[in-house]
Design a protein around this ligand. Structure first.
Ligand code: SAM
Length: 225
């Protein structure tokens, strides 16, 4: 059963993770540090640092602003982040999960160098330079994954997710970003979305959010098992 809540805006309320702040329609994550990671605004309010989590810069903040009612990420959870890129999203998930760890898997060398930099200032970020097609290679370095977050725009993105969900059976929650046109250009977006979701039998689907307003052609799927 899937629900697209993308029109169901939720702008003036709160989330179950107290480190997500929504104010005047903008999202922030509460950070231990005043450091700006990628040029985002950092404000000190009520004795804590709040980092602007821009909907255009990250799929998960885009999903929350587009109507995703809540996320399962809580302080203390370990996250396996597949396709961590330059660490923009990783840095916010690091805020939300501390003291849990974020294992940030990235294939390309240049963004990986940025992840290494991020890991110098964040005690809970663990960069892994590897291909998410081969989770058996990094499984030994991940002591526990409570949630899999994947944002990889490859043709076989769903297969990559299924393989990781097999290798990390303890991951009760998952958040999958789908870039539909990377899967095929020869079918309608609704057919690609339907087939992708159908092939995920290891999780129950909670929400499917159309990210089109901020990230054209992308959907974000939240799940549990
Ligand atoms: C769309 S970007 C992710 C952006 C990131 N989620 C953020 O918000 O900061 C996708 C990333 O996945 C990486 N990637 C692509 N294929 C991969 C693979 N097989 N294994 C690991 N990373 C991969 C790319 O190098 C790229 O950095």
């Amino acid at each position: 059963m899937t629900r697209d809540r993308s029109d169901n805006r939720r702008r003036f309320t709160s989330y179950s993770n107290p480190r997500i702040i929504i104010r005047d329609g903008k999202l922030y994550t509460v950070s231990e540090s005043r450091e700006s990671i990628y040029g985002e605004d950092v404000e000190k309010r009520n004795g804590q640092y709040e980092r602007h989590w821009e909907a255009k810069r990250n799929k998960l903040s885009g999903a929350l602003i587009s109507g995703l009612p809540d996320i399962q990420i809580r302080p203390g959870m370990n996250i396996l982040y597949l396709g961590a890129s330059f660490g923009t999203g990783t840095s916010h998930l690091s805020d939300l999960s501390l003291p849990g760890k974020v294992y940030a898997v990235e294939l390309a060398y240049e963004p990986f160098l940025k992840l290494l930099e991020l890991a110098r200032s964040r005690t809970n970020v663990y960069p892994i330079l590897d291909d998410a097609n081969n989770p058996e290679r990094y499984r030994p370095f991940v002591d526990r994954a409570d949630l899999i977050y994947q944002d990889i725009s490859q043709r076989n993105q769903v297969q990559i997710f299924l393989r990781n969900s097999e290798l990390f059976p303890e991951a009760r929650f998952a958040i999958l970003v789908l870039k539909l046109r990377s899967i095929t250009s020869s079918q309608s977006e609704s057919k690609i979305l339907e087939d992708s979701i159908k092939s995920i039998s290891s999780y129950k689907i909670d929400n499917v959010v159309n990210l089109g307003k901020f990230h054209k052609g992308h959907y974000l799927v939240t799940m549990h098992r």
